[in-house]
Structures are given as C-alpha cells and as structure tokens.
Write a protein that binds this ligand. Structure first.
Ligand SMILES: [Ca+2]
Length: 138
C-alpha cells in the first residue's frame, strides 16, 4: 500500500489565510499539502480512488478542499492545524476499517464526533460544522 502524502485538493475558493498557513507549514517541513494551480472541486471520486482512506471535506456532500489519509498515517492525536485544515471539515467519509473520532481542540479534547468504519457523517448545519481541529483512531 502506498502511503499518501498529506494532501489537500484545492476547493473553489482557497482563502489567503489557508494559503499562508500552507506556505508556513511547507517552509517548516511539516506537511506536503498540495494546491492545484487551477483549483478544482474535490469529489467523492478523489476519496474513493484510494481504498481504505479517511476523507474530510471542506463543504457538505463531498465538496470543497479534501483532507485525506490512511488510518496508519494518523498516529495518536493528529492536529489539522499543520495541514491548514483547522475548523474546516463539514463532511466526513470514513472508508477505512477503523473507527475515527474528530475533536474540537487540536489536542483531541473538547466536543467530539465519532464516525464508524465505512460510514459517513454530515456536519453541515450542525453545531460541529467547521469545528474539527484534530483526529484520532478510536
Ligand atoms: Ca466547512
């Protein structure tokens, strides 16, 4: 199994804040976040083509930027801050064989939402929309 680099597939409207965060993270060697030269809309296919991944989408229903990793790449409490994906997730697609939990705070504390293996969770319109700051295999 080829491990994925930390990868963000750019959505329609990358923000200046996000681009700056990505540049800083890249400069520090913390992440390999990718931004397409011409931002494309992520879709379910961008998640499904890598079997067994965990996918978080910026917008409801498989839209916007995509954060995607294999469960083996999520060691302990994995913060979204270095990946420029803090407080962004609105939809979670868990195609892995592991249960995951996302947390309100970067150190895996605060409010949380659990997503069982092979299920998805819509966060848009809920109190947890744009709140996830970290993820852990649970
Ligand atoms: Ca969002």
């Amino acid at each position: 199994m080829r491990l994925l680099r930390t990868e963000l597939i750019a959505g329609r409207r990358p923000t200046r804040r996000r681009a700056a965060s990505a540049s800083l993270a890249a400069a520090l060697g913390l992440t390999a976040a990718l931004f397409a030269a011409q931002p494309a809309q992520a879709s379910l296919d961008d998640c499904a083509k890598y079997t067994g991944t965990i996918c978080l989408f910026e917008h409801s229903g498989y839209n916007g930027q995509l954060w995607r990793q294999y469960p083996a790449q999520v060691e302990g409490c994995r913060s979204f801050v270095p990946d420029a994906f803090n407080d962004e997730a609105s939809f979670i697609e868990n195609r892995s064989g592991r249960q995951i939990t996302v947390y309100e705070h970067a150190n895996c504390t605060g409010a949380s939402k659990t997503v069982k293996s092979l299920t998805h969770l819509e966060l848009g319109g809920t109190s947890f929309n744009d709140k996830a700051s970290a993820i852990k295999i649970t």
